[in-house]
Each structure stands twice: as C-alpha cells, then as structure tokens.
Design a binder for this molecule. Structure first.
Ligand code: KIV
Length: 263
C-alpha cells in the first residue's frame, strides 16, 4: 500500500471518497489491517479497556501509548497512524508538546486530543510547530464522569449548537482532522459539510467523511458490551481478513453505518 498522508485524506474529503479507520494496538493486527487496505489506524486510549481490562480509559499513561504506537507502526509502515494523548497528558501546553514529541518519535503521524474550546491554545501551539492534531468531540470517554456515563451527546438544541461551535473553534485553532463520537447524525452532517478537514465518525451516522470502529467491536469480541452503533463484521464473514474487507467496502458504499447504528 502506498504511504497514506494528510493530503491524501484531504483529497478523499474533496472527492467524497469515504474511508474506513480502525483502532489497533499491536503488530499482528496492524499488519493484517494494513494488508486488507485500511488507510488509517488509531492507537486509541481505548486500550485501557480493550487491552488492559480497566473500566475506563483514565488509567492509560503516555508510556502505554508509546509502547503500542511502536508495535503498530512496525506492522503498518504505510498507514496513516494517529495516537491518542491519554487523560491528563495535555492539560497544559508545555506538557502537551513534550508528550506529543514522545509519541511521534514512536511513529505516529498525528496525535488526537479530546475536548472543545479549552484546547484552543494547545492546538495553536502544536499546529504552529507543524504538528498534525486531530480533535475529538461529542462523547469524549476521558470525561465519562462529567457526562455521568457513556451517553449520546448533542441531543438538545443547546448542546447541538455547542458541538457545532466547538468544531469550528477547533478547526480555526488548527486541527487537521476531527473525530465525532456518539452524536445525532444530523449534527454530524452539518459539521462535516461545513469543515474543510476530514471528519471521522463513530456512532455519528453515515454523513461523515470516514468511519472508525474499535477493532474488538468490529470482530465481535466485546460481545456483551458492544455499543449499539458498532457492527460485528466477523459474524457475516469467514475470516478476520474478510470481515475487515467487508467493513472497508460497506463504509465506501455507504452501507455502514445504517439507521440501526445511528442516532
Ligand atoms: O480511544 C479510542 O479508541 C477512540 C475511538 C473510539 C475513536 O478514541
């Protein structure tokens, strides 16, 4: 696979070519995903739950993300690789800069941070140093205590307007990609259509430029805890390879997510 870059992803947005992204945490899965043609991989702090077995992402440390980013990069040398800055690793600019450097030295192309307006200064500082930053709004799992759980966000007019406003503010500050998690598809559509950067959805309906799934959800491993917006692609396939190919194809053809996986 040809090396995927941010300009490639921008072109896909312009040409309305939908792309599939997935989380990965190790060499073997990263290699398998890359071999099936997955263009974007996220080393998500979801690893706190899926790999470490904790009940939230709050336990994840920078050294965990460094370890998993190195392994994933070895398996997927040409994939566009995003890595999360974990909980409380970017609460002030200096700290965000030094933790970003650690992760990028492990092979990440872009870092992802959760939150809205309060991140403006940090994003500006990172962007002014030509670091690619991905925003993440809607349901931000690092704030699950504040939200009283993992709940859909932006349901009422006030909250929906706040999300739209935050998306604009983050783009203005310098993010080059945005993840929207668990928000009504109408709001995701409005944000996607009005931002010039690629927008990736998870539980945000079919209108975003790309989709992302946690690999354990896609493979049906999180059986009893699979979110309603996710789909077990392995259930309809004969192999993991086939399941991943089906995911890519269903995203490209707008079959996934359907109404059942949307709010
Ligand atoms: O950590 C993660 O896996 C994520 C995705 C849910 C987007 O942030």
């Amino acid at each position: 696979m040809k090396c995927i870059t941010i300009s490639q992803l921008n072109n896909w947005k312009i040409n309305q070519y939908k792309f599939a992204a997935i989380t990965a945490y190790d060499f073997s899965f990263a290699k398998l995903f890359s071999n099936q043609g997955i263009p974007v991989i996220l080393v998500g702090d979801s690893l706190g739950m899926t790999i470490q077995g904790n009940s939230s992402t709050l336990s994840v440390k920078i050294k965990d993300i460094e370890y998993h980013t190195k392994a994933v990069r070895k398996g997927a040398p040409n994939t566009f690789l995003i890595s999360d800055l974990p909980f409380m690793s970017y609460y002030e600019t200096k700290q965000a800069l030094s933790n970003t450097a650690k992760i990028m030295r492990c092979g990440a192309n872009m870092i992802k941070i959760e939150g809205g307006r309060w991140l403006t200064e940090i994003i500006k500082e990172l962007s002014s140093r030509l670091i690619l930053v991905c925003g993440h709004i809607g349901l931000t799992p690092q704030s699950f205590n504040y939200f009283s759980g993992y709940k859909i966000q932006g349901k009422n007019k006030h909250d929906a307007n706040k999300l739209i406003d935050e998306a604009f503010v983050l783009e203005e500050a310098g993010i080059k990609m945005l993840v929207l998690e668990c928000i009504p598809k109408k709001i995701a559509k409005k944000i996607t259509e009005n931002l010039s950067i690629p927008v990736i959805g998870i539980g945000a309906g079919k209108y975003t430029d790309g989709q992302i799934l946690v690999m354990q959800d896609l493979l049906g491993i999180t059986e009893e805890n699979t979110p309603t917006f996710a789909k077990n692609f392995l259930a309809e396939s004969n192999s993991i390879q086939e399941a991943v190919k089906k995911y890519i194809q269903e995203v490209q053809t707008n079959v996934f997510p359907n109404i059942k996986h949307s709010f």
